[in-house]
Design a protein around this ligand. Sequence first.
Ligand code: NAD
Ligand code: DAU
Length: 353
Amino acid sequence: MRNFKNTLVTGGAGFIGSHVIRRLLNQHPDMNVVNLDALTYAGNLENLRDVEANPHYSFVKGDICDAALIKQLFEKYRFDAVVHLAAESHVDRSIENPMAFLETNIMGTAILLHATKNAWIGSEGDRCFYHISTDEVYGSLGDEGLFTEDTPYDPRSPYSSSKASSDHLVRAWHHTYGLPIVISNCSNNYGAFQFPEKLIPLMIRNIRDQRPLPVYGKGVNVRDWLWVEDHASAIDVILHGGADGRTYNIGGLNEWRNIDLVHALIRLVDAKLGRPEGTSMELITYVTDRAGHDMRYAIDASRIEAELGWKPSITFEEGLAETVRWYLANGEWLDSVTSGNYTQYYETMYGNR
Ligand code: NAD
Ligand code: DAU
């Protein structure tokens, strides 16, 4: 097992990053964690309210594309681990505005890699640059099969291409410069603090508010859902135990067609709000499909289970019920992140529905 004293987490104010920071601080009380986040529309310090007073935690507002800032941070904090989550993460936005994705996901990763490599030249002891990636780099599956770590890359959206590029850069810095790295490719996450441009929180909010539920195409695309806290535990396990240079797929063996998931959310939210069963079914609205919409993602996570003993801790039924409970109990969070720019985004994407 590797041991780290000073960890740089990028994108820690986002959905997954906030859970990763909480997990690292709770599980490794001696670890110092610095959160570098540009606080884009997706970053929110409210997600970390419960840890901000922890003396082992610090926040730095800044961009991973700022090489001088990253150099300064390495000099100040002497990081021995980097957990890199900062990214533009929403496929629909990548279709609207691809350049921001190339800038942050590709150039940002390259800048971070180079600064890390320069800072670690000649250093002793455990070091790890951990790149958090996505199953979307593998492309789209038909009815059969699962993505393994050996599935050839076949990204099809500006988002997934930019993530695939960043994965290649991370491997290039490992092979060329000897940078110690690990990469993981995870399936769709769900849970608390997810920005409601993504399917599950968007649907929960719209069911709560009795607004139309925009289902792309025929609703038959399939995603493999994993509870975000299980992703955070997998990241912790890989950071500390993953083999240098190795890739791990992370997933929940939990495939759902979008329309079936929307039905499940309707049942849960309506029940929780005391409405008669099926009340919100009539809100389902089939809308124009996403351009280049990947049909199916499904992960074979046998490597991480066999080599590192990780598997999901809860069932989807438990996780989804807890997620619905959380969003309904945290209406203020949901309302605050959907004020301002979100309204404009929603109108651009979905019109006045
Ligand atoms: P998110 O959009 O919720 O958060 C991204 C965070 O990165 C935000 O806090 C944002 O402010 C920050 N950020 C963006 N650009 C930045 C920049 N240039 N410099 C510094 N900070 C910047 O994303 P998420 O869903 O939490 O995803 C986190 C990572 O996990 C991403 O790399 C994503 O590709 C990957 N991932 C996500 C999922 C998923 O289902 N959400 C699944 C697999 C992998
Ligand atoms: O697979 C991992 C990826 O999962 C991550 O790398 C991405 O960062 C993350 O955003 C997610 O990508 P998806 O495109 O799969 O997630 P999203 O929640 O945007 O959409 C899930 C499915 O639901 C997809 O098939 C599109 C569909 N959808 C989405 C929205 C927002 C709808 O039908 N209606 C919607 O309004």
